[in-house]
Design a protein around this ligand. Structure first.
Ligand code: UD1
Ligand code: UDP
Length: 382
């Protein structure tokens, strides 16, 4: 069976890397990878770490690319790849422009599509934008829907889509397990990672920050920066923020936070470095999808700078809290976790288990692709 995996951004690469590796190792599969290059350096960081050498690299990223510009370039560039590979199936991941356009490109040619991380929904087309539309389109044109959780499956069932649905867990936990196991097993790697990261500051507890949502550009980012500038005045606060390379993020963040002594603005980190940074965090403040899934698996409290999330499981379990993008609210919610040990511990330990995966999502997906049985994912204590 010829399977072509197509992805293009950092989070897709993190979440597809363990699957691409498993497919490549499967004798029943002729596996190949096409990267669109929607991201450039942030994608390359993941490919190098996981030793993935794509057979096709469309290298499409342009500075400050627009959604339509990127979409149009993608659609044109994918056709020759589909022609050359003639896959029996295409796999896409999640809700990026790469995922949506690649799914449509395969659909246009009658190639079956498997959608990994299917069924996530906020039910609000504006949040996250344009991802809520992207994932709906990818789900609609896919005949195999790999839902990470039972909740995602329930969303898909309500929409009466034609595809077969399988609850697999999220492959991000497979990737995270790999990173955590390497870091735990190798003291030299651990030391090296610690040397690369900003050193801990005495008497200060680490707040790790990431942010990049398009709907937060402009006013949202001004608010986030105002909250961070206010928090930076605390004597017990060390803020480390690997800043996303999108110019709409870089400009306001660098302008507002560059010269504060306990705020360290750094380049996007390699995945292992970022996992190590999360392990060292007291609190994580983020609008990222992947981080919402990883932090609970690491037992870290996450405050999510959004009003709604397509990942309600960790909110229900109590390890994730939505705090919106109002500066005063963000500042107050972070301060509460720093000032009130019990509030912090309650969010950290939360209720049982990891709702997003058991590290076997890739196995389930490969089994389904090959028509072999494997029990669906049921959240369990870890
Ligand atoms: C994209 C995805 C978003 C995903 C996010 C993960 C869409 C519409 N958006 O958003 O769903 O959550 O990736 O990070 O698919 N850039 C670089 N180097 C890089 C990466 C980006 O310079 O390695 C800059 C470029 O100027 C680029 C801009 O960031 O034009 C925007 O990249 P793009 O992929 O269009 O949007 P993201 O905000 O990264
Ligand atoms: N990540 C990383 N380096 C960083 C910040 C994040 O490797 O400096 C990882 C993070 O662990 C997660 C993924 O990138 O697996 C999330 O990507 P992002 O926040 O860009 O996108 P989203 O998940 O919101 O789509």
């Amino acid at each position: 069976m010829k399977i072509l995996s197509i992805f293009g951004t950092r989070p897709e690469a993190v979440k597809m890397a363990p699957l691409a590796r498993m497919l490549a190792a499967s004798p029943a599969v002729e596996a190949s990878v096409c990267v669109t290059g929607q991201h450039r350096s942030m994608l390359r960081q993941v490919l190098e770490l996981f030793n993935i050498e794509p057979e096709h690299d469309l290298d499409l990223m342009q500075p400050s690319q627009t959604l339509n510009g990127l979409g149009a370039r993608l659609l044109g560039a994918l056709d020759p790849v589909l022609d050359a590979v003639r896959p029996d199936r295409v796999l896409v991941h999640g809700d990026t422009t790469t995922a949506m356009v690649s799914a449509v490109a395969a659909f246009h040619r009658g190639i079956p599509v498997g959608h990994v991380e299917a069924g996530l929904r906020t039910q609000d087309m504006a949040q996250p934008w344009p991802e809520e539309m992207n994932r709906r389109v990818a789900d609609a044109v896919s005949d195999l829907l790999f839902a990470p959780t039972a909740g995602a499956k329930a969303n898909l069932l309500k929409e009466n889509l034609g595809g077969r649905i399988l609850v697999t867990g999220n492959t991000v936990i497979d990737a995270l397990d790999l990173a955590v196991q390497h870091i735990a097993a190798d003291a030299r790697l651990r030391d090296w990672l610690d040397e690369q990261l900003p050193p801990p500051q005495a008497g200060r507890k680490l707040l790790v920050v990431t942010g990049h949502r398009r709907e937060n550009f402009g006013a949202g980012f001004q608010q986030i920066c105002a909250a961070l500038a206010a928090l930076a005045r605390r004597a017990d606060m060390q803020i480390v923020y690997p800043v996303h390379l999108n110019p709409n993020v870089q400009a306001p963040v660098l302008a507002a936070l560059s010269n504060l002594p306990n705020v360290q603005l750094i380049e996007p980190l390699d995945y292992f470095l970022f996992v190590r940074l999360m392990q060292r965090a007291h609190v994580i403040l983020s609008d990222s999808g992947g981080v919402q899934e990883e932090a609970p698996a690491l037992g870290k409290p996450v405050l999510v700078m959004r009003d709604v999330t397509e990942r309600p499981e960790a909110v229900a379990a109590g390890t994730v809290r939505l705090v919106g993008t109002d500066a005063a609210r963000i500042e107050a919610e972070v301060a509460r976790l720093y000032d009130d040990e019990r509030a912090w511990a309650a969010l950290r330990v939360a209720r049982a288990g990891n709702p997003y995966g058991d590290g076997r999502a890739c196995e389930r997906i490969v089994a389904a692709l090959l028509g072999r049985p494997l029990a669906e994912f049921a959240p369990q204590l870890r």
